[in-house]
Design a protein around this ligand. Structure first.
Ligand code: SF4
Ligand code: F3S
Length: 104
């Protein structure tokens, strides 16, 4: 599976959802997640993310995020189309230490 990681927090550009062939993204207030059981590992979302937040589960950066993706994907609504962009998403791009800012 592919995994959404910290860089997505407060950016949530949503370009990823537009390309996913199996619609396996789920939406929180300031973060998206991938349902690891639905993802078919096609990899097309990875280069679409302007924040470089999406990584394959073989990447070290995925380790602490895989279970976060699984848990929230069971709880948040499915998203298949790009909605409004967060007003300050560009300001949060490339900022480190966003993990505490994830809105449940
Ligand atoms: Fe969807 Fe493919 Fe990305 Fe998995 S790797 S989330 S199937 S676009
Ligand atoms: Fe997040 Fe990147 Fe998608 S910022 S919403 S993973 S395009």
């Amino acid at each position: 599976t592919y995994v959404v990681t910290e860089n997505c927090i407060k950016c949530k550009y949503q370009d990823c959802v537009e390309v996913c062939p199996v619609d396996c993204f789920y939406e929180g207030e300031n973060f998206l997640v991938i349902n690891p059981d639905e993802c078919i590992d096609c990899g097309v979302c990875e280069p679409e993310c302007p924040a470089e937040a999406i990584v394959p589960d073989s990447d070290d950066r995925a380790d602490e995020w895989l279970e976060v993706n699984r848990a929230f994907s069971e709880k948040w609504p499915n998203i298949t189309r790009k909605g409004d962009q967060l007003p300050d998403s560009d300001e949060w791009k490339d900022k480190p230490g966003k993990k505490e800012l994830l809105s449940d």
